[in-house]
Design a protein around this ligand. Sequence first.
Ligand code: NI
Length: 226
Amino acid sequence: MLLEIPAVLTKEQVKHARQVIDAADWVDGKVTAGPQSARVKENEQLPENSKASREIGDMILEALARSPRFMSAALPNRVFPPLFNRYRGGHAFGLHVDNSIRPITGTPLKIRTDLSATLFLSEPDDYDGGELIVEDTYGLHSVKFPAGHMVLYPSSSLHRVTPVTRGARTSSFFWIQSMIRQDAHRTLLFQMDNAIQSIARDAPGHPSAVELTGIYHNLLRQWAEV
Ligand code: NI
């Protein structure tokens, strides 16, 4: 499932994030690419664990923890500390797949990348090109969201970023290890949670809401790894 999480950051938070990261030192994006990706990756990144990266990364993680839509869709177990990239002057990232397992730099931890996230930090009018194209069994999805909005998609998907031919596209990107390994299971739980929320809103106190909530948690108990 490819999903938009709108307004993860407010416009003020985006402005602050851009002030901090635009003033930092950027490096060649090949630093975090595997050998296959490195051949097709042309962009810039903030060094992992740089002060700017950590400050704005923490702000993003706090915002995600307060987002019911993100929590319901991702059912996160571990979230990779957010990274930041910038495409300009024809930069692009050709078709690739993200590494399945990533060590978290500076820790003994690794995460399994179940979900990939891109949080847009530039407005769509600020650049031409730069669409994120994600391939899944339903075909190609072209993604270019307003600043502060995020896309979440299964890390198993092939994807690419089209060349940025005007302006600059700045974003944050990271991965999530979900408590629910299978995308199909996670999607069912997300749909069920949405349905339970609708019943709670439209028919408050309906007795079936409790039963459905019980079923939701029992499915979660069946499938979750924590
Ligand atoms: Ni990627």
